[in-house]
Unconditional design. Sequence first.
Length: 555
Amino acid sequence: MMPSWSMVQALLLSSYRSMVTRMRRCVARLLSPKRLLATIAAAAFMMLYLANGLLVVLTRKPVAPDELTLWLGGGMAIYGLFHFVRASWQEPDSRLGLSPAETLWISRAPLRQRELMAYRMASILPSTLVKALLVATVLYCDVPSLACLVLALIMAMGVLESLRLIADRLAASLSSRERTLMRIGFSTIGLALVMQMLVRTLVSSAGSSHPLSLLTAFTAACGETAGTPFVQWLAIPWWPMAKLAIAADTGASVFAYGSLSILVAVLSFVVVSWVDEWSTRHEMICERKRLDSPAYQSSRATRDPVAYQPIRRRKTLLALPNLRGVGPIMARQWVAVVRYRGSIAASLVAPAVLSLAPLVTQAHAGLLHVAAWLAVCTLLLAPPMLRIDFRRDIDRMWLLRSLPITPLAMMLGQIALPSMITIAFQLSVVATACFVVPASPSTIILVVGGLSGLAIFSFALENLVFLTFPHRPKQDGLAMMVRAKLVFLGKGLLLACMAAAFIVWVTLCANASASLAVLVGGCLIASWASAGAALLLATRCWRRFDIHFDTPFLH
């Protein structure tokens, strides 16, 4: 084996060349003719986002240093807790976030585990630096030294990334019983913090259900929760970084807090190596126990290894009519829905509570208030929560493209089942709201019809964006960070435009003394026309999807 330092140098060089290759391929994709319009729109939106962010930073009042220290440490602790909750519920991944190509060529090479960890930490360093610079841009007016702030944020983000790797590796090595205990423990803590934030939001919002006031109150509630004693105990690893961020350029305190921050960052890297070594041994112990268990031995002796699995798969398939290929695609999606039915049901609880909250927080709230929050949840939360789209099939695109199915049928099969689940959720929430606050039949038709079209529009738009800028599940890096922010803010802007168009249409109908049928019919036509346009655009993107160029093999 090569000496350790030479191996680390080779791995760092490999990481650098991989990063350069990814950047070149990303630029080639962004400048490709079929993506040029989307790239121009994304770049323009990014410039507006940065300009607006800088304007807000320059016009707001500076935050007190003590509060900033609590927020930085507490915010990192809450984010770290979120990583543990997500790792306990998501599909186990023991590859430390490596891509299939890196797993084949790097993790199976004759490397020491700490050398592999050094490669992994070096691969996430660019995105960590960019995240630190973005946060520093927001907070630079609150601190006396920009250099101390940037240094503190870089190390804090590094510790947070190490904690994410620890959570993923630990969750992947646990047995079923241990993962259940991990889910219960961390989910209970996370739910308690979320309930604390919601209570603070309801108290500080003073009964208002306006989205902006609720968003402002929720942001303040997050800051108050981050400053609680329990969260601050969890934030002990980030305490030196938080103190370094508010320190001045000179003085012994900068040296002391900087040294402690570097020590914590190095210790986090060592802890990741320890956890990975322990997890490897624990996986082998759990697998030996499973193979030696009487239940496994008896099932192995009695079942037919050839006929057992096909029979089980046949029972999980759903018999649907062909419908020119739409039925089999929906049946294939149904397998994932049945498998993750518990997670899907749990993920719909928070949107239901958020949508029905106006009935509690505002005395005169009606069905339209509930519909407004349902629209927010449908467009912003439903696609990432259900995740029933092309992102699960990124490694099977060649197989889907080879099926004798038209692009329109493929797209209908992809969005039909998640749209039906979302519409069923909307109907249940609307029925609950109508039971509490009665509404007229025209209002119910307007809400149900408009939200149904919005559900189809949301999933068609999600597939459209993914086919335009594809990525792998659990992929990280600078491109993914920018993509996530732009998509979320773009959807928010689109939702604001829809609300403005609805208000303008209602005002025009009122001024022209139009009938109620014209008002409702115009809204329904606009909703379903938007859904149809998004579906046709997504179909066009699927028709133009290039397996060799658009599939992110290198990520």
